[in-house]
Write a protein that binds this ligand. Structure first.
Ligand SMILES: [Fe+2]
Ligand SMILES: [Fe+2]
Length: 297
């Protein structure tokens, strides 16, 4: 139904630049008293928005991994095969580190377990879709994460909004999302994914993510309503959707995905990886400093 008659011109090999390597790294982040309750821009609404996003990661990233792993044996390009291995390992590490953050958010009294159960139901329904549609959803959501990652690495004002106890987690995640931003896209092309599928599912997954993330944020805010302030809410909405907003500024990049010949590395931001990689390596917990062989495949 969603297929066009002609598949997009097939990209037979990985298009990730040679200077980008995709390797998983466990970090061992810890979150405790040092994290302020409103760790993002000192804002109630912004902090809960990102807490809600973090709750989506562990299960969401497992969905990404499953959708790519299904096609693993159909990939012939050895470089792309190795990148898929790296992608699976990186997303598995993201899940573990965000689990640690989510545990902290739960300890602060947020309804994390209940929201995780809702997400489980949503994903179990999504998993009834044909496999290639699931892969197209993953491609769409990887585009969204790559856009946000690029913004975080590019804009010092966005980084500085984050409290120093939270910033390394999000920076590390942004670096790795940038490294593997084209892996699912290249797999999708390799297995014959069409323009119509990927375009439809970017719109679909953006809308779905918007609804789910808004619902999760609302639940967090309601749970902490005694600290709600209209002034903070207005300021936060402006920060996200006003001039140079963290979400509004991403609209042109979001639209680029609809170009017929689009590829995630059309925008080569590998320089940002190099710029921040060393800084973030300093945050690896001692037990993981000698590399981490666990790739959870
Ligand atoms: Fe991730
Ligand atoms: Fe990712």
């Amino acid at each position: 139904m969603l297929r066009t008659k002609t598949a997009e011109s097939k990209v037979p090999v990985s298009n990730t630049p040679e200077n980008v390597s995709i390797k998983p790294q466990r970090m061992g982040f810890e979150f405790g008293e040092q994290v302020p309750q409103y760790w993002l821009n000192n804002s109630h609404l912004l902090s809960h928005t990102m807490n809600a996003l973090s709750v989506l990661f562990p299960q969401g990233e497992q969905f990404f991994v499953d959708s790519v792993r299904y096609y693993r044996d159909q990939i012939s390009d050895p470089k792309l095969k190795a990148e898929v291995r790296g992608f699976i390992g990186q997303e598995a590490m993201h899940s573990l580190e965000h689990d640690a953050m989510n545990q902290h958010v739960r300890d602060r009294g947020m309804p994390v377990e209940e929201l995780e159960k809702h997400l489980e139901v949503i994903l179990s329904i999504t998993k009834k879709l044909p496999k290639r549609h699931q892969l197209a959803i993953t491609c769409g959501l990887e585009h969204l994460t790559a856009m946000m990652a690029d913004m975080l690495l590019e804009r010092s004002d966005v980084r500085e909004d984050m409290h120093e106890s939270m910033r390394p987690l999000w920076m590390w995640h942004a670096i790795e999302e940038t490294e593997h931003k084209a892996v699912t896209y290249d797999v999708f092309q390799e297995v014959g994914g069409t323009y119509a599928e990927r375009a439809f599912y970017l719109a679909f997954s953006t809308a779905a993510l918007g609804v789910v993330a808004s619902y999760f944020t609302t639940r967090m805010v309601l749970n902490d309503r005694s600290n709600f302030s209209l002034k903070d809410a207005a300021r936060s909405v402006w920060r996200m959707w006003g001039k140079d907003g963290t979400f509004s500024s991403l609209i042109p990049t979001w639209l680029e995905y609809f170009k017929p010949g689009f590829h995630p590395w059309d925008h080569d931001n590998s320089e940002l990886i190099a710029r921040f990689k060393e800084e973030i390596s300093a945050h690896i917990a001692p037990q993981y400093q000698n590399g981490n062989r666990r790739t959870l495949q």
